[in-house]
Design a binder for this molecule. Structure first.
Ligand code: GLU
Length: 445
């Protein structure tokens, strides 16, 4: 790395010493932007890099609530308002025991560039808690969400900061969070959250958007090689919202998804994942992938294993950060895999990205490939602001256009930076420039 960039990175390490995920995300962006950053004196003069890696505001708070036995529980809540250059802070809330300040900061940092790529006037932020919704009753989840919103409500608003879901925050949680916000604010401010129920301000197609958009993006990548999703086999990790709707869209386009996973292990289903059964088990019964396997004739549950050694054409990681390491990518490459597109945020370790970039595998980072979710959140905000409700087809057509535009922007930008076909460089550079140019226009703040 160039000495000037190294110095900025060293400073970030010093300032954030115990934040490995955040350090990883910053390093990846700086490394991939070396050519761009060194060629732009105006960015250096305006201290863009130094400013963009420092969140505008970081909120941490206590969330106290009572479980079903009236035992007092304490969790920690976070909201990182990272960058508001392009619009109100926007990004999801993650409820998972692995949540730390580092995790929320890496997610918020990625969100800045992802949101910029959508072209929709959104700043970047992220929040969440180390609360684990698994194994909690609906009442407990409701009380936790209400306590969480009691504090969060002071910091958000339709023109200020607009949270949505992420891991552990789905339709149920957004409902409880919105209800509590409405009660505190004493107004029905639909645009304060996205991912709402369709009957009360939500958008048709938002639920499906991240997974659908991911497959649309992968289809655009394959089109570059004169190919398409039809006839392709895919290995998918995760079994939540992103995985479920990626599988659905894959099947609609003639592909076949043969795996899902959760923290207990992986399922290999050679007949193709039965998406309706998966929805029933996850969304209605709140069960595990092991239960799915038990109900499918030829499916195999692989306890504590990953899905990446299964032979396939495509890999769509849709679980969580750092779920694919360098050896996984080597195994995929040896199996003739053609494409990795990230449905999760930062699922590849830096070593895995390096192996993928030096192989024949097409690789797209999450900030491009999974941007369909937040892009459709912006469509939800547009409908809320104009008191409209668009049809599913209208939303899906807009999503398709956004994903194609992001794809083409990545390729065009990579080409301009003399790194043709490099989606990582294209995504980081296009997102970064959009924010950086606007930051210069808005002055030193
Ligand atoms: N959590 C999603 C993401 O990682 C969606 C955020 C949103 O819709 O605001 O992009």
């Amino acid at each position: 790395m160039d000495a000037r960039l190294e110095a900025v990175y060293e400073e970030a390490l010093k300032r954030n010493p115990t934040q490995p995920e955040f350090q990883q995300a910053v390093r990846e962006v700086i490394e991939s932007l070396e050519t761009l950053l060194l060629s732009r004196q105006d960015y250096q003069d305006a201290g863009i890099l130094e400013r963009i890696i420092e969140p505008e505001r970081q909120i941490m708070f206590r969330v106290a609530w009572q479980d079903d036995n009236n035992v007092v529980r304490v969790n920690r809540g976070y909201r990182i308002q990272f960058n508001s250059t392009l619009g109100p802070y926007k990004g999801g809330l993650r409820f998972h025991p692995s949540v730390t300040l580092s995790v929320i900061k890496f997610l918020g940092f990625e969100q800045i560039f992802k949101n910029a790529l959508t072209g929709q006037g959104l700043g970047g932020g992220k929040g969440g808690s180390d609360f684990n919704p698994h194994g909690k009753s609906d009442d407990e989840v409701m009380r936790f969400c209400q306590a969480f919103m009691m504090e969060l409500s002071r910091h958000i608003g339709a023109d200020v900061d607009v949270p949505a879901g992420d891991i552990g925050v789905g339709a149920r949680e957004i409902g409880y969070l919105f209800g509590q916000y409405k009660r505190i604010a004493n107004r029905n401010e639909a645009g304060v959250l996205t991912g709402k129920g369709v009957g009360w301000g939500g958008s048709l197609g938002r639920r499906e958007a991240t997974g659908y958009g991911l497959v649309m993006f992968a289809d655009n990548m394959l089109a570059q090689r004169g190919d398409s999703i039809a006839g392709k086999t895919a290995i998918i990790s995760g079994s939540g919202n992103v995985a479920t709707y990626a599988i659905e869209k894959l099947h609609q386009r003639g592909g076949k998804a043969v795996s899902i996973s959760d923290s207990g292990g992986a399922v290999y289903d050679p007949d193709g994942i039965d998406v309706e059964l998966l929805k029933e088990i996850k969304e209605v019964r709140r069960g595990r992938v092991e239960h799915y396997a038990a109900e499918r004739p030829n499916a195999e549950f692989r306890k504590n294993r990953k899905v990446w050694d299964i032979e396939a054409d495509l890999a769509l990681p849709c679980a969580t950060q750092n779920e694919i390491d360098a050896n996984d990518v080597r195994a995929m490459n040896a199996n003739g895999l053609q494409l990795i597109a990230e449905g999760a945020n930062m699922p590849l370790t830096p070593g895995a990205v390096e192996v993928a970039q030096n192989s024949r595998i097409l690789y797209a980072p999450g900030k491009a490939a999974n941007a369909g979710g937040v892009a459709t959140s912006a469509l939800e905000m547009q409908q809320n602001a104009s008191l409209q409700g668009w049809s599913f087809d209208v939303v899906e057509d807009k999503l398709e256009a956004v994903m194609r535009n992001i794809h083409d922007t990545c390729l065009r930008t990579a080409e301009e930076l003399d790194d043709p076909g490099n989606y990582l460089v294209g995504a980081n550079a296009a997102g970064f420039m959009k924010v950086a140019d606007a930051m210069i226009q808005q002055g030193v703040i």
